[in-house]
Design a protein. Structure first.
Length: 634
């Protein structure tokens, strides 16, 4: 075949293989592994980077082995061992294989067991001692350190194992990983020489250094010719013997059954088969690990949700009428949902439960396959991220948003308002004479007052409002779609309610509060609107506390009719309200009436509204010399 492996090996780490590349890989692997190609396919489905690593290592071993004079039989054995030397990683959890940082002790121990898992899988599929010795020997040091007796070291290690160890390490060092950047070729060779005599065969390292000067294209071309043009399926399949006690009806071992069984047992995920009669037919080791239930106790038993104590994410038990397995068998439609199961009768484990029907070409259903993927670590991570977000955005004392979250939301609201002309108001408030509360009753009582104040602010908040602690005893509220008048009225309701709410930590005494209110205006920035609200709060404090002061004109509607021409500036205009202030006086009525009369006379004010115990005055300004009109602002 004219296509070389360069197309495969040059792109495996850059992007997922295309269908054409995947098909070529399948043909290459089938030519080298025969019926055992299913193991490589399973490894690729589990963790594609590991499978691609095995393929590159096998190609390099093939060419290097040929260069040092290995026989065709030795090359066959070395290539098979290299392709499957990491097959045990099928049994390693996904979160360990894909972890971007350093592994902890438990994860390292789990990863270290993959070589034993791989040997267990291979030993049940082949009785070719040389293949098994190459795989096992590739994980041993050349100097024998770290081994349990009997120690195998030096040239006693199989030649293929020594070759595989070097090729494996070289590819691992020169390939990009999620946890480590790729090394240059020269740096990788330097690492091999530094460990020659201890971890690697020094003579083979020197030969490998000479061989590594060949380009990738040359290596791929040589391997491509051998793997595809010299394919011998019958010879390859002779490597695989079927050891075990399971027989087919014809009295000999079933290769399909054996590979499926070993693959299922090597998988970390739980796999369960339920037949058309709703009986459990398969319960692999992954299912045993997830549930704590042995396969012997459930095989041939009727499937029910109670076996795993299936519950939804809210913790509600799934009734038999809601059983997803029954639904899949009846409808023939696969499903995926997150549930929790009971492990060892006590622990709850979150799993993704993928159920798909088993049907033939005539769409007859023979049962369902259940795949259980442990997502407890993902669920825990989601909760940790949520907790971290809450800690980063919440005031620890009062439970409302903190200053950083307020600054972020304020900037977003100002930007949205200037873009879409959406009004919003900002309210700054604090507890009056809070220092006296701390001095007289103590800081713990002061904290309790702040907590109660924050809770009261939250009670009056609508959906979409933000309540935040600005600092000390000051709080700030952002009210979207709320104009000045509405904001002032809402603030007055809060002020009035707080002023008549007894505080238990203050011997049932009440506290008062002051509020500064303003609405977004054209051209506002987060800094300008905040300063205006702060100025309103200062005025509330300066005029006696326990009151609401609102300043600013807000987003004014544009006039539909505009005067045109040079006379437009001479036309009188109805002025907009620049300042609004509420004053209260506890004096006899006749005295107050005389005071108001004097104010109206002195300032040319206008009476807008009169109600019982309530009067609204309007003040447009005063006339001035030259061009100043009564309607203009002073």
């Amino acid at each position: 075949m004219p296509t070389s492996l360069a197309m495969i090996l040059g792109q495996v780490d850059e992007a997922p293989p295309t269908k054409a590349i995947r098909d070529l890989q399948d043909r290459m692997v089938a030519a080298r592994l025969g019926v055992a190609g299913a193991l490589f396919t399973a490894l690729r489905a589990k963790h594609s980077p590991t499978a691609q690593h095995c393929l590159r290592v096998a190609v390099r071993c093939s060419v290097f082995g040929r260069a040092i004079g290995l026989t065709p039989q030795q090359l066959d054995q070395l290539e098979v061992a290299a392709l499957l030397h990491d097959v045990g990683k099928i049994g390693v959890p996904d979160y360990v294989l894909t972890k971007p940082g350093a592994l902890n002790d438990k994860e390292s121990e789990c990863m270290g067991l993959h070589c034993f898992h791989g040997l267990e899988i291979l030993s049940t599929c082949t009785n070719v001692r040389e293949v098994l010795e190459i795989v096992s020997g590739a994980f041993l040091r050349y100097d024998g350190k770290g081994q349990q007796p009997p120690i195998i070291s030096g040239d006693d290690l199989p030649l293929g194992a020594r070759v595989l160890a070097i090729a494996d390490a070289y590819d691992a060092m020169t390939t990009e990983h999620v946890y480590r950047a790729a090394m240059p070729r020269e740096r990788a060779l330097s690492e091999l020489f530094e460990n020659a005599g201890s971890q690697f065969d020094p003579e083979l390292v020197r030969e490998f250094a000479k061989f590594s000067s060949q380009t990738e294209a040359e290596i791929n071309k040589i391997a491509s010719e051998r793997w595809q043009q010299q394919s011998r399926p019958k010879v390859v399949n002779m490597l695989w013997s079927l050891n075990g006690a399971e027989h087919t009806a014809a009295g000999h071992f079933s290769a399909d059954w054996l590979f499926q069984q070993r693959l299922l047992d090597a998988m970390y995920d739980g796999v369960i088969f339920v037949d058309a009669n709703r009986n459990v037919a398969v319960w692999n080791r992954g299912a045993e690990r997830l549930s704590g239930i042995s396969r012997q106790s459930v095989l041939e038993k009727s499937w029910t949700c109670a076996i795993l104590d299936l519950r939804d994410v809210e913790g509600n038990a799934l009734r038999e009428a809601q059983c997803p397995v029954e639904h899949v068998i009846q409808t023939g439609v696969q499903t995926l949902r997150r549930v929790t199961i009971t492990r060892n009768r006590t622990d709850r484990v979150s799993v993704d439960m993928h159920i798909f029907p088993v049907t033939d070409q005539q769409h007859r259903c023979y049962g369902a396959t259940i795949l259980l993927h442990d997502v407890s670590s993902e669920t825990t991570l989601e909760k940790r991220v949520q907790n971290l977000h809450e800690k980063a955005t919440t005031d620890p004392l009062t439970g409302v948003s903190n200053r950083a979250e307020f600054d972020r939301v304020l900037a977003e609201m100002v930007d949205g308002s200037q873009r879409d002309a959406r009004p919003f108001s900002i309210v700054i408030c604090d507890v009056d004479r809070f220092k006296q509360v701390n001095d007289v009753y103590g800081h713990q009582a002061g904290d309790d007052v702040l907590i109660n104040f924050a809770n009261q602010l939250r009670q009056y908040a609508r959906e979409g409002d933000l309540v935040a602690r600005y600092g000390g005893e000051e709080f700030v509220m952002l009210w979207p779609n709320c104009d000045n008048a509405t904001a002032a009225r809402r603030a007055e309701e809060i002020r009035f309610e707080l002023s008549r709410t007894p505080q238990p930590m203050l011997n049932q005494k009440c506290v008062t509060s002051s509020f500064g209110v303003t609405e977004i205006q054209l051209g506002d920035t987060p800094e300008t609107i905040l300063r205006r609200a702060d100025r309103a709060l200062y005025q509330a404090k300066d005029t006696g506390r326990n009151r609401v002061v609102q300043i600013g004109a807000g987003l004014l509607p544009e006039s539909n009719e505009q005067a045109k021409g040079w006379l437009a500036w001479l036309q009188p205009r109805t002025p907009d309200c620049l300042l609004e202030r509420a004053l209260s006086a506890n004096v006899p009525m006749n005295v107050l009436v005389e005071k108001i009369k004097g104010f109206i006379s002195d300032h040319g004010a206008e009476i807008i509204t009169i109600e019982e115990n309530y009067v609204v005055l309007g003040l447009d300004g005063v006339a001035s010399e030259r061009m100043r009109r009564m309607a203009d602002r002073p």
